[in-house]
Design a protein around this ligand. Sequence first.
Ligand code: NAD
Ligand code: ZN
Ligand code: ZN
Length: 346
Amino acid sequence: MRALQLTDPGVLEVREVPVPEIGPSDLLIRVGAAGICHSDLHLLHFPYKMREEPLTLGHEIAGTVEAMGSEVDGRVVGERGIVYLCWSCGVCRECIAGNENVCLAAGRTAMPPCPGLGPDGGMAEYVRVPARSFVPIGDLDFLQAAPMADAALTSYHAIRGAREHLHPGSTAVVIGVGGLGHVAVQILGALSATRIVAVDVGETQLDLAKRCGAEITIESGSDTAKQILDLTDGRGADAVFDFVGIDATAQMSVASVAPNGAYRMIGLGGGVPGVTAEPAGGPGWPWGASVRKSYGGTRSDLVDSIALANSGRLTVEVERFDLADARTALDRLESGQIRGRAVLVP
Ligand code: NAD
Ligand code: ZN
Ligand code: ZN
């Protein structure tokens, strides 16, 4: 089969490799579509090898069950679905409580094994997955379904966790209207009556935000926080979702969140927010505000995301690419030329 592999730091190749063998509790999935996440770019720029042998990328996977291990129950060949990306232990205290994204087996700061970031991923004709990770999608189109596995899951999780802040009359800010952000704007609209403010550097991204339901759009810059304060009588936004996570947006988040508000870090740009324990009247962090670094989501967040898509309340803006054109798609993502999500078809 053909697979898109990271063979050395920064080096991607479409290679002919054997179809993966499956164990007793695995499924072999024939891939229908695989989304490209900005995290794939972070991975591509990693300065050292993730593992000795080439790694097949792809953690947003949709496809069809092609074969099943001998111990798999409850699945059928030909079933359509997506792959839950937290390959967690399933039996620890956190997993049992439903928090599989923070599985104890992952340790304190790592994440559970994720296809395409350790085990081989789905930018290939076939992928081996644990049967537990398969989630049915009904009739949802593969190109729409693949981004549910991360763009929707991760956005939904961050928003659900901040729901108490999203009362009618509140203001929510989405920074970075890319693959995740444009989905987040729609999820905010579907789950709440909050006023949505979208921030991005690109005009096409801001246009997309409007179409997704943002009431106000702001071109990202040094006075963005001030503009958000002006929109909220100097108080700040009740929730700020940062899908970029660089210094500029982290500091923008701190400077624009309201007292008792929620600042959620989703983007992984390594930014330093500069939250300080200063007394009243300081320039930055208001009383009562909370910060949370949000990883992926729970299995039920994924099921909810699929339901939103199946109900027509969430539509991903997709740019389709053939697997062979993955490098072009990644380069375009890097230079801000993808609108919505780029999705590969093997
Ligand atoms: P993307 O490239 O599709 O979107 C990023 C958007 O941010 C683009 O629209 C870009 O124009 C915009 N942007 C860039 N600089 C900006 C700035 N200074 N101000 C405002 N907007 C700016 O990326 P994506 O796939 O949506 O991923 C977003 C981030 O989330 C990445 O860092 C990715 O690694 C991370 N991520 C985190 C998780 C998690 O679990 N925490 C999951 C998936 C992705
Ligand atoms: Zn991702
Ligand atoms: Zn666990």
